[in-house]
Design a protein around this ligand. Structure first.
Ligand code: NI
Length: 136
């Protein structure tokens, strides 16, 4: 029997979507306003879902404090109030779309999570635009 637990988090970041291999015109066609050279910001909302057996001794799947600290060290400290293109090594050579961001965030958290736990990350770029990744 496996149970899922979720910790929600929030961060702000700026980005620009463009492919350096393309002309400005092609970037404009594909990315539109998101190609703005002066960048633009989003208020990102994050859901981190961890699934596993309930530990018989603690009654927990994972101590939510561990999850909270992991999100702070791996996601918030790294990306909050940053320009993703300019200030982070993760997106120096990777277009910071929500899709790429959710995979990066999943890997950062997965690397620090006890091996027996399953992980799913849901990232809201806006209230209406949502992506998720579970490692598959
Ligand atoms: Ni954007």
């Amino acid at each position: 029997m496996k149970v899922s637990v979720c910790r929600k988090a929030h961060f702000n970041a700026a980005h620009r979507l463009y492919n350096p291999k393309w002309s400005f015109e092609k970037n404009q066609d594909v990315f539109g306003k998101c190609n703005n050279p002066s960048y633009h910001g989003h208020n990102y909302n994050l859901e981190v879902w961890v699934k596993g057996e309930i530990d018989k001794e603690t009654g927990y799947v994972i101590d939510i404090k561990i999850l909270k600290d992991l999100i702070k060290s791996e996601v918030e400290d790294r990306f909050d109030h940053k320009n993703l293109n300019e200030d982070t090594i993760e997106f120096k050579n990777l277009i910071p779309t929500a899709e790429n961001m959710v995979v990066v965030i999943w890997n950062l958290i997965k690397n620090k999570l006890p091996k027996h736990l399953d992980l799913k990350v849901v990232l809201y770029e806006t209230e209406r635009n949502v992506v998720e990744f579970d490692g598959k």
